[in-house]
Ligand binder design. Sequence first.
Ligand code: DO4
Ligand code: MG
Length: 301
Amino acid sequence: MKLVQFYEPGQESGVGIFQDDQVIDLSEVMPEVETVNDLLYVSGAARLSLSELVERAMNDYEGQLTGFSYESIDVTPDVGVPHLMVPIFSPEVWGFGVTYKRSAEFRDDDAQQNIYDQVYQSDRPESFFKATASRCSGPNAPICVRSDSSFTATEPELAYVLGDEGEIVGYTLCNDVSAWDIERSNPLYLNQSKIYQGCCALGPALVTADEIDDPYDIDIHCRILRDDAVVFEGEANTSQLARSFDELNEYLYRDNLIPTGTVVSTGTGIIVPNDLGLREDDIVMIASPQIGVLSNPVQQL
Ligand code: DO4
Ligand code: MG
């Protein structure tokens, strides 16, 4: 099941099921549910998976379900029009890094040191705090280049969403936008590369875990458009990940309280070249056949 959150004028947020180019509004079926976070809490309390909970509610519902086209809400966010939002208001977003060989090699070449390869080979992975809900952009909302960065890169990643017992309840796409010039100047500046306003995009949907046959076989494709021309295309598959999600979770939860609905971004396998820093009005599109297309314009702060 693909769950989306949408905004409607006069209403904060709603939850829908995306299927066959349509979004079925769950508000008639589950009036108490306004966010995917609500769904996650109810499903945890009821000991049901997200899709079991929604399917039961739909089966019990006797009215006619209303829907609207996905295309009509896949638009630039504006308070006057219905539009897609982040697929979950994640209290915390965590990232893992150098989980793909390509990422470790590139970063070491660039930094002329081997700290990345050391971490790539070590038992302990690289993890970092990435964002809070207020720093995340949904589909078609701007991702940002901070004002003191001259080389900010897109990092297209598969992300998973955690339930109240640490279980993976679903998957989404994440753009771990990072100020590479800042982190390159000194690894101690990593937080400033990673965490700032508009540093993270999530979406377009939360695909429930039961719908993904093999999370280690997900194609991720990225395209950067500048002045309507494609200036970069790259792809990766999660089979190239050097670490399992169990392994990442084991480190994430060590002596660490992780709130329900936390999003974990699993690292990038797509590396943009050194001359492709993001610029104002670029459009970054990250696509996966199983999850959808996450498209965001770039804003220079
Ligand atoms: O320290 C570098 C960050 C690594 C990262 O974010 C990634 O590999 O995706
Ligand atoms: Mg990353």
